[in-house]
Write a protein that binds this ligand. Structure first.
Ligand code: MTE
Length: 323
C-alpha cells in the first residue's frame, strides 16, 4: 500500500482550504458516514499507467520557439514533479489528481467568446491554436499555499486572444470559466463548491505583457492535470487566479467574483497579487517552498514581475491588491 507521508512544505488540507469549506466538507461527510473515505482520498495518491500520452492533434505545434524575454534565473522544476503535484478541484481536493484528470476529454473542445464583444463566437481549440502566435515562456508559478515552481509554458499572449475577440470599449473585465461535466470531473459532485471554476482580470491586466494562455508544457501539449487544453498563466498573481481548462471567455463591465472569493472573500480577493509582506490570514507569505528542490526561498513582490506589471496598479493603491 502506498502511504503518502506529508513533507515539511505540504500545508495540511485544513490550512490550505478555506476554513468554512473545510469544516463544511467534514460536517457533510460525517453526516453521510463518509468521514474516513474522504480522509483516505487525501492520504493516498495512486498514480496509474493512465498518465501515458495520448495522440493529440496539436502535438506537432510543440516545442514552440522560446521567447528569450521570459526566462527564470533558477533551474526549472522537473516535469515529473510539476505534473504530479496539482490543484484541480474538479478531480479532487488534494494534490494527487494527475491520474483522475486523465478522464478529461480535450477533443472536441469548443471555446466560447461572448459578452461585451462585437460578435459572440465559438471556436474549436485546434482552429484557435492555428490563429494564435505560439511561443514558449519560462515562468515562475506561486500558489497562495506558499509553494512554487518554475515551468516552461507554451501558448500565446492573452492579449492576442483579446484582439481576436474584439471586445467593446465598454468592457472592463474578462472572465474565464472552466467546463462543467460531473461524469468527467467527479469533484464537481461536491455541491459545497460554486462550480464552474471561474476567475477574471481587468482589461488592463488581460492585455498586459505577462498574461499568457498556456496550451503546452515542457515542449508538449499541456498535460490534463495542468489544465488542458488551455489555461491562464498570470505569474504575478497567486495561482488560484490561473483558471484551468477554459471553455468560456466573457467580457463584462462587472467585477467578476472568482471561485475562491465566492467561498471565502476574507481570504481570497479579486486582485490576489503576490506580496511577501502581506500574510494570508492563516499563514505567512514571506517565503515559499520550491517543490522541485524543496528549498525555502524568499517570495518576491509580484512574484518577481514588478518591473513588468507594477504600472497596472498605479492609482489603485486603495484597493485590496494583495490577497
Ligand atoms: N482551475 C480549475 N479549473 N480548478 C482548480 O481547482 N486551481 C487553481 C488554479 N486553477 C484550479 C484551477 C490553483 S489553487 C492553482 S495553485 C493552480 O491552478 C495550480 O496549477 P498547477 O496544478 O498547474 O500547478
Amino acid at each position: 500500500m502506498l502511504i503518502k507521508r506529508p513533507r515539511g512544505w505540504e500545508i495540511k488540507e485544513a490550512r490550505a482550504t478555506p476554513e468554512a469549506v473545510f469544516h463544511d466538507r467534514r460536517r457533510v461527510a460525517q453526516a453521510l458516514g463518509l468521514g474516513s473515505i474522504l480522509a483516505g482520498i487525501g492520504e493516498f495518491g495512486a498514480l496509474g499507467s493512465a498518465l501515458a500520452d495520448e495522440a493529440d492533434p496539436s502535438a506537432g505545434l510543440y516545442p514552440a520557439k522560446q521567447n528569450p524575454a521570459y526566462t527564470v534565473a533558477m533551474p526549472l522544476t522537473p516535469e515529473d514533479i510539476a505534473t504530479k503535484y496539482n490543484n484541480f478541484y474538479e478531480f479532487g481536493s488534494h494534490k494527487q489528481i494527475a491520474s483522475a484528470a486523465q478522464e478529461l476529454k480535450t477533443r472536441p473542445w469548443t471555446v466560447k467568446i461572448e459578452g461585451m464583444v462585437e460578435k459572440p463566437m465559438e471556436v474549436g481549440i485546434d482552429n484557435l491554436l492555428k490563429a494564435m502566435p505560439l511561443e514558449e515562456r519560462l515562468y515562475r508559478h506561486r500558489c497562495v499555499e506558499a509553494w512554487s515552481m518554475k515551468v516552461p509554458w507554451s501558448g500565446f499572449a492573452l492579449k492576442a486572444l483579446v484582439d481576436y475577440a474584439k471586445p467593446l470599449g465598454s468592457a472592463k473585465y474578462l472572465e474565464m470559466y472552466t467546463f462543467v461535466d460531473v461524469k468527467m470531473a467527479p469533484g464537481q459532485r461536491s455541491f459545497w463548491y460554486p462550480w464552474p471554476y471561474v476567475d477574471g482580470l481587468t482589461m488592463a491586466e488581460a492585455t498586459s505583457e505577462m498574461a499568457f494562455i498556456a496550451t503546452g508544457l515542457y515542449g508538449k501539449p499541456i498535460h490534463k492535470q495542468n489544465g488542458a487544453p488551455l489555461r491562464l498563466a498570470v505569474p504575478w498573481k497567486y495561482g488560484f487566479k490561473s483558471v484551468k481548462s477554459i471553455v468560456r471567455f466573457a467580457f463584462t463591465d462587472k467585477r467578476p467574483k472568482g471561485f475562491w472569493e465566492q467561498l471565502q472573500a476574507s481570504e481570497y480577493g479579486f486582485w490576489a497579487n503576490v506580496n511577501p509582506e502581506v500574510p494570508h490570514p492563516r499563514w505567512s507569505q514571506a517565503q515559499e517552498t520550491d517543490i522541485g528542490t524543496q528549498e525555502k526561498i524568499p517570495t518576491l513582490l509580484f512574484n518577481g514581475y514588478a518591473e513588468q506589471v507594477a504600472g497596472i496598479y498605479k492609482g489603485l493603491e486603495k484597493e485590496r491588491l494583495w490577497a
